[in-house]
Design a binder for this molecule. Structure first.
Ligand SMILES: *C/C=C(C)/C=C/C=C(C)/C=C/C1=C(C)CCCC1(C)C
Length: 251
């Protein structure tokens, strides 16, 4: 419905710009990962399939979010969280697949997914139900609401971070004794530490959020940070998995 009305990106709107480039980048990455599957050993094909699914699912959501934003100028919060609810668990699957050779159990996968669900459900409540005035300004209790749910969400995030850096994922990676896998997991752990940390920065730009209040950063910046973070994390993460698969296939 929106497509025909609004095809123009305002020249001074970096958020709209990142929605369009984000969409194209995710789409191109998905095509790349699907086609490259034929170049790796059989046991790595599923990892590349998952990389393709992560970026492919994101591309479809960006297709809609881009239009939603262009038509309304508002944050597509629900679409955003639907996307993450599908793609973050798939990133947990990548950790599981990489460490499976060393004996990773399904219980590891479920613990990571549960932590991701906690992180995302709390984040969604924090963003979608923040008390606002009719004019869209933060109402009484907005900051308390966003901080409370932000902290609960961070518990899930820290669990995943810990598992990748020091916990089961790290230990299993070491156990493989495979330098390519160890290095790959190490880089992915850095993605979780640095790349994923961009999301809470965006979250704090929402009305009533700390950066919104302290620095006056507008709520449209929520999407600017999320779009940049998604490109870094979904495509970057996929490329790391890809390089592990290519490296390990040559041996
Ligand atoms: C592809 C999408 C990814 C990797 C999304 C990751 C999202 C996060 C790491 C979000 C984290 C949040 C917090 C740690 C606290 C504030 C609320 C969130 C949901 C933005």
């Amino acid at each position: 419905m929106y497509l025909l009305d609004l095809v123009e990106i305002p020249k001074d709107d970096p958020v709209a710009f990142t929605f369009f480039t984000g969409y194209m980048a995710m789409f191109a990455a998905a095509v790349f990962f699907f086609f490259e599957r034929s170049r790796v050993d059989d046991k790595w094909k599923i990892s590349l399939l998952v990389s393709g699914l992560i970026t492919g699912i994101a591309a479809v959501h960006y297709f809609y979010m881009r239009d939603y934003y262009a038509a309304t100028g508002e944050n597509p919060t629900a679409l955003r969280y639907i996307d993450w609810t599908l793609t973050v668990p798939l990133m947990c699957v990548e950790f599981y697949l990489l460490t499976k050779a060393a004996g990773a159990k399904l219980s590891l996968l479920w613990k990571l997914i549960l932590a991701a669900v906690l992180m995302l459900v709390a984040g969604y409540i924090g963003e979608a139900f923040v008390p606002l005035t009719e004019g869209g300004e933060p109402a009484d209790g907005a900051t308390a609401h966003s901080v409370t749910w932000g902290v609960i969400s961070t518990i899930g995030y820290v669990y995943i971070l810990y598992t990748a850096w020091f916990g089961e994922v790290k230990k299993l990676a070491d156990k493989t004794g495979d330098a390519t896998v160890i290095k790959g997991i190490n880089i992915l752990a850095w993605f979780v530490l640095v790349g994923w940390a961009i999301y809470p920065i965006g979250y704090m730009c929402m009305p009533g959020g700390w950066l919104n209040i302290a620095l006056g950063w507008e709520s449209s910046n929520v999407d600017l940070f999320y779009n940049i973070a998604d490109a870094v994390n979904k495509i970057g993460f996929g490329l790391v998995v890809y390089s592990v698969a290519i490296g390990a296939s040559k041996k």
